[in-house]
Ligand binder design. Sequence first.
Ligand code: FAD
Length: 535
Amino acid sequence: MAENKYNTIIVGGGIAGLTSAAYLSRAGQKVLLIEKNKECGGLVNSFTRDGFQFDAGVRALEDAGIIFPMLEDLGIKLDVVKSPVSLGIENEIIHIEGQDSLLKYRELLVKLYPESEEETDKVIKIIRKIMKHMDVLYGIENPVFKDLKRDRTFIFKKLLPWLPKFIFTVGKINRLNMPVEDYLEKFVKNSSLRDIISQHFFKNTPTFFAMSYFSLYLDYFYPKGGVGKLPEALKNKITECGGEILTDTKIIEVTAEKCLVKDQNNITYKYDSLIWAADLKTLYRITNTDGLSQNIKTLSDDTKSMFLKNRGGDSVFSLFVEADEPLESFRKIANGHFFYTPSKIGLGEVHRAELDQLISNFENVEKEQILMWLDKFTRLNTYEISVPGLKDPDLVPPGKTGLIISFLAEYDLFKKVEDAGWLDEFISEIENRVLKVISDSVYPMLKDKTIAHFSFTPLSIENRVGSSEGAITGWSFQESMPVINKIQNSARSVVTPIPSIYQAGQWAYSPAGVPMSILTGRLAADRVLKQKKIL
Ligand SMILES: Cc1cc2nc3c(=O)[nH]c(=O)nc-3n(C[C@H](O)[C@H](O)[C@H](O)COP(=O)(O)OP(=O)(O)OC[C@H]3O[C@@H](n4cnc5c(N)ncnc54)[C@H](O)[C@@H]3O)c2cc1C
């Protein structure tokens, strides 16, 4: 029992938990990181199949003024390359090279929708305005990762001049919080144009977050060897600093009064502080608050019911393709990170009212109806296509190319199909349609040169990382938001009502993603150190 006692236990070895563990072990704490899978990384993960290396989660990383400062602060060297983005609709493809590429985007939209030139100009104007806000927001390294006690140059030359601009910009950002679809509807009457601009974002994404993507396209980078190199580097840092990592271990119970967590083999571990860096519905489902004060129990019960009422956000379907075709053939068409829409018509109600209707009425719907819907959905959708070999040629066998073709997908549909007993058939129907749509349009060589393919569904994500509704960035934007969602309040996002338990990662702050998961991981570690009066 004595061996199982730690200053801090971190549950969840995704990027958030790894960040917390790295900072706490560097601070000399006795730290244990517990991860349910064989490997750490969660949704930042790479794997190899048949000599092809693929990324299972995020396809490339955005610095956002967070990742590079965090790496520097921890003394981690990561070999990275830029991950340039291309955008394509039907036969028109542009490569994003700098802020000026916004003009190329304008020309592309005007060429496809000549009747909507004025509306396009309004959209471009807003994107340009938001790019300026983003320049401020990410204009300096995030101060959380700087040594503010010693780095006086940073404080006086960067932080103090930046703060007033930041406060001003945050005010503007908070006013752009409405769902992007509603915002665009106010001045873009052409529904196809609206769809093309917004359909590859999560449903009801806040306008600022969605429209900031043009800036984020310029921010993407890729670790040589795959995105999985980032968690690997953090993991090495933790062990180097004396932290312990336990994989293949799932926490199934938290006893808050005794500060104990229990794993699937009924082994218990005692903590002074616990950082929960995994799905928050799970935390509240498995936490026993008996013995705590009535006040805390009530607060915890209220938080639990609020979380359980809310849903995880959109999930994703990823098709992995191994092709007997050299990288050069793909390089001629687009960059290794490519947002492609084969039809300019747009999804319209296909992924909204039509899908809702199918799901709510699933028991009375014929399989044929679902497959007809799938035809439309795959023809009109936007795909995020990643070609890891175009970023690092060592990731593929010579003369061959691996592709990851993905799109946002509704968890409930996959769940209903699974319950109805035809999930494998559904998956292969999707794979065949996606391959046909992509080989009929942008990559014709996939028709004859596909050697093998396989896919991950929202259910695979749920199974692998324990993410409610297979969500990939935490909470759905369609419900009320149950966690902190204003950047100026982010420091509070890691607090829970239960004593000595903190939260971090995609479920702790919204909108999330890799940089915010890292930030909350760091903030949670800082809270623990402050509580112990180490900071
Ligand atoms: C296809 C795809 C594309 C994406 N694109 C982007 C992008 O462009 N930009 C961006 O910023 N983000 C993107 N993301 C999202 C980003 O990857 C995630 O939001 C982020 O990695 C979440 O990290 P996390 O540590 O908070 O959570 P997770 O990665 O979910 O980590 C949680 C960890 O906890 C473990 N765990 C769960 N329950 C338990 C338990 N009971 N006991 C022990 N361990 C447990 C899980 O196995 C997992 O390893 C994308 C994700 C995907 C899948």
